[in-house]
Design a binder for this molecule. Structure first.
Ligand code: HEM
Length: 479
């Protein structure tokens, strides 16, 4: 079989990273946009001002685009399990089956059915019932995320299973344990807040760009403000859930935590936090450090006096725990530089987005609205449209690369999960095809989003809805 001197494993891993990162551009985008559209339609129901309905219709178009591209990329994602990761599918099938089936049958169907009805019934339902539909779409997409993360959390922290002595596969023993997995309840809020950040800043950023272009400025100022309010609250939610997750990771996956902090040995007490450092994974040293004194003790333990264990200590305990099963040669060190900088990108992204939200809200307030004159701010906010994609990807790099060398933590090493019968040539070929397909989908998304944006809203009408009178009613005749 052709293999071009390459091996299947790195190619399959590259494919998984590429498809997952690309797919996860659209997942938080559609969850987040469904929320902002639902908020706008609810404001229309409450305030009865036409502009909010126009906003919901306008941003609804961008939401529908992201949903469509998300479905296509999700299908590609599924192909890989059978093609490149058949050993993983065989091992995990019994665990994965139930959550993924429920996701497809309940959550995805709920979401897609209501999207279909919502799209075509603007004039057929009362505003209240039409708004209920978009909330159902939002509910469906959030429940969808819950089921997918149930499966993902099992891979990080397996619970409610036994290994069958006959087949060597993981068998579910408790569905309840799967659903009450602590990993899930740390991960789910963080991912969902991240999705709200994404939808909100996409809307705020695109609106800021239109304010910069001086097109339908009042419509886009209002849209931007709604986006920034939701975005700011979601940033706070991301930081609070991220803080809880940090301490959970420190206890459950100390190697991952050590790598995000770039520490090899137990730190001094109190521990400084490195804003920047150059880590050498071969020599296991860190140089050129820029540190904030005591900060790591505060981040890790919320107190001023605490030391933190490093990767070397984690490595010793992992060998003690798993050597009898997986041998002494297992390498438990994870890609330290990627995790270290990914964590700082995520933290800096949070600070930058929250700060921009505050500035944007301040300069666009109704009484002293000068946002149109703050050209620098509208440019920064426009660039922020892309910020959540970078922040989310950084987060996932930590979560998934920090799980090395396992595909299912403590149970199945990555090297044992790959398909034995796939050739490097086949994986290389699909890598190229998927890459081209993603390029086409991204261009399509970008082109149509830009077209819809530049076309602008159908109307920027700001007047309250007039109650329409039935010309044959009693009241009409008595006037
Ligand atoms: C705008 C702000 C943020 C966004 C959009 C974001 C997004 C994400 C995403 C998508 C993940 C991967 C999924 C997961 O494991 O939860 C993640 C992981 C993580 N995030 Fe964030 N994040 C943000 C801010 C923060 C902050 C401020 C902290 C720390 C206080 C933090 C701590 C973490 C940790 C520790 C992980 C890894 C968890 C694990 O491996 O289980 N995040 N983040």
């Amino acid at each position: 079989m052709l293999d071009f001197g390459m091996s299947v494993l790195p190619l399959a891993r590259f494919q998984f990273a590429m498809t997952t990162i690309f797919h996860f551009f659209f997942v938080p985008m559609s969850i987040g946009l469904s929320l902002v559209v639902a908020v706008m339609e609810t404001m229309y129901v409450i305030k009865k001002q036409k502009i909010y309905q126009n906003m919901a219709k306008f941003w609804g178009k961008i939401f529908l685009l992201s949903f469509a591209v998300g479905v296509v990329t999700g299908l590609i994602q599924e192909f890989q399990f059978g093609m490149n990761w058949s050993e993983y599918s065989r091992f995990m099938g019994d665990i994965f089956g139930a959550p993924l089936a429920i996701e497809a049958l309940l959550a995805f169907f709920l979401e897609s059915t209501f999207i279909g009805v919502w799209m075509f019934t603007w004039d057929r339902f009362k505003p209240f019932w039409h708004a209920v539909m978009i909330w159902m779409v939002f509910l469906g997409s959030s429940i969808s995320a819950l089921w997918i993360l149930t499966a993902n959390s099992f891979m990080q922290h397996p619970v409610g299973f036994k290994i069958s002595s006959a087949t060597g596969r993981a068998q579910m023993t408790s569905f309840k344990a799967l659903l009450t997995n602590p990993q899930l309840w740390y991960e789910f809020p963080h991912v969902v807040f991240g999705a709200f950040v994404t939808g909100a800043f996409i809307m705020a950023g695109m609106s800021a760009w239109m304010i910069f272009r001086k097109q339908s400025t009042e419509f886009f100022r209002k849209s931007m403000r709604i986006g920034l309010v939701i975005g700011f609250i979601a940033c706070l939610g991301s930081a609070a859930s991220g803080d809880l997750q940090t301490r959970y990771v420190m206890n459950e996956q100390p190697m991952k935590f050590g790598a995000t902090e770039g520490i090899y040995n137990k730190t001094a007490d109190p521990a400084p936090w490195a804003i920047f450092q150059l880590t050498n994974p071969t020599k296991k040293t860190a140089n050129a450090k820029i540190e904030v004194p005591d900060m790591l003790s505060i981040l890790a333990y919320h107190r001023l006096n605490a030391s933190v264990k490093g990767m070397n200590e984690a490595n010793t305990s992992l060998h003690q725990k798993y050597d009898h099963q997986f041998g002494k040669k297992m390498n438990y060190y994870v890609p330290v530089n990627t995790l270290f900088f990914a964590f700082r990108t995520m933290a800096a992204g949070f600070g930058a987005l929250a700060g921009l939200a505050v500035l944007g809200l301040w300069f666009s307030r109704k009484r002293k609205n000068t946002i149109g004159k703050q050209r620098w701010l509208t440019i920064l906010l426009s660039i922020a449209t892309f910020g959540p994609f970078i922040v989310n990807t950084s987060g996932w790099l930590i979560t998934e690369l920090g799980r090395d060398p396992w595909v299912v933590y403590g149970l199945l090493p990555i090297s044992a999960a790959v398909s034995p019968s796939t050739s490097a040539a086949a994986v290389l070929f699909t890598n190229i095809v998927y890459f081209l397909l993603f390029l086409a989908l991204a261009s399509f998304m970008f082109f149509y989003a830009k077209k819809a944006l530049y076309k602008g809203p159908e109307s920027v009408d700001d007047t309250p809805d007039q109650k329409t009178e039935d010309p044959f009613s009693k009241e009409a005749f008595s006037k």
